[in-house]
Ligand binder design. Structure first.
Ligand code: ADP
Ligand code: MG
Length: 242
C-alpha cells in the first residue's frame, strides 16, 4: 500500500502541503478533489519522487521514496499518467509502450510487444500500434499514455488530470478505460475535475484545501448532505463543479 505520513512540502516560504496523512490500500480507487492550486499535483509528484519532501514520509509497499533505492523500488510498483501527452514523438505507439518494459524491466522484446498489443487492444487502439503520436488525436495519445503506464505492470496507477486537456468526447473515451480498470481491481490514486465520474468509480474521496487534507471519506459519505456536503467549502466546490 501507499502510506503518506505527515507530509509537508514547501517551496521557499510557501507551504504547499501541510501535514498530509493518507493511506491507499490495494484495490482502492481514491480520488483527490480540490481547487486549482490546492496541492494535488504536488502530492502526486511527491509520491513518485519528482519532488523532495520538506517533512514526513511516503512509502510504497514499504519502500521509502526519499531514498534512492526506495524510490527505484517504488517506481517499479507505481506508474503515473500526467495531464500532458508526454509521448516520445519519434517513436510509434508500440515503441512508446515497450521502451520501459524492455529497458527497465528487461523484458524480452517479443514479450514486451505482445503485452503492448494486448494493452492497445484493451483501449481500442489495436490498429494504431505503428502510428506516430502526431497522427493520433489527443484522446488516443492519452490512451497510449495509459498503456505505457500499464505496461510496467504497476500495482498502483497515479493519474493527474489525465482528461483535463481533452474535449468532452475524448474525455469520455479515456474515462471509459479508467472505469474498466477500476472494475478490474487496479489500485488508483486519481486527481480529476470530473466529479460525477469520481463519484461513480471511487471508493474514497479526499479533499485538499490550500495544502490541507480537510476530508477523507467513503464516496457515499462524501456526497451525503450530512457528510462531505455539510462542509461549507466542499459544498461550495461541488456546487460550482456542477
Ligand atoms: P493543483 O494541482 O491542486 O492545482 P499544485 O500542486 O500544482 O496544485 O500547486 C500547489 C501550489 O504550489 C500552487 O500555489 C503552486 O503555485 C505552487 N507550486 C507548485 N509547484 C511549484 C514550484 N515548483 N515552485 C513554486 N511553487 C510551486
Ligand atoms: Mg494540478
Amino acid at each position: 500500500m501507499i502510506v503518506i505520513e505527515n507530509v509537508e512540502k514547501r517551496f521557499g516560504e510557501t507551504t504547499v502541503l501541510k501535514r498530509i496523512n493518507l493511506t491507499i490500500e490495494p484495490g482502492e480507487v481514491v480520488t483527490i478533489l480540490g481547487s486549482s492550486g490546492s496541492g494535488k499535483s504536488t502530492l502526486i509528484r511527491c509520491i513518485n519522487g519528482l519532488e523532495a519532501l520538506s517533512g514526513g514520509r511516503i512509502t510504497v509497499d514499504g519502500n521509502d521514496v526519499s531514498t534512492k533505492a526506495g524510490l527505484a523500488a517504488s517506481r517499479r510498483r507505481s506508474a503515473t499518467v500526467f495531464q500532458l501527452f508526454n509521448l516520445y514523438p519519434h517513436m510509434t505507439a508500440l515503441e512508446n509502450i515497450t521502451l520501459a518494459p524492455i529497458n527497465v524491466l528487461k523484458k524480452p522484446r517479443a514479450e514486451a510487444e505482445a503485452r503492448a498489443r494486448e494493452l492497445l487492444k484493451l483501449v481500442g487502439l489495436a490498429d494504431l500500434a505503428t502510428a506516430y503520436p502526431q497522427r493520433l488525436s489527443g484522446g488516443q495519445r492519452q490512451r497510449v499514455g495509459i498503456c505505457r503506464a500499464l505496461a510496467m505492470d504497476p500495482r498502483y496507477l497515479l493519474l493527474d488530470e489525465v482528461t483535463s486537456a481533452l474535449d468532452p468526447e475524448m474525455t469520455g473515451e479515456v474515462l471509459d478505460i479508467l472505469a474498466e480498470l477500476a472494475r478490474g481491481g487496479t489500485t488508483m490514486l486519481f486527481v480529476t475535475h470530473e466529479v460525477e465520474f469520481a463519484r461513480r468509480i471511487s471508493s474514497r474521496i479526499v479533499f485538499l484545501e490550500q495544502g490541507e487534507l480537510i476530508v477523507d471519506m467513503p464516496t457515499e459519505r462524501f456526497f451525503a448532505e450530512d457528510g462531505g456536503f455539510a462542509v461549507p467549502r466542499i459544498r461550495q466546490f461541488l456546487t460550482k463543479m456542477k
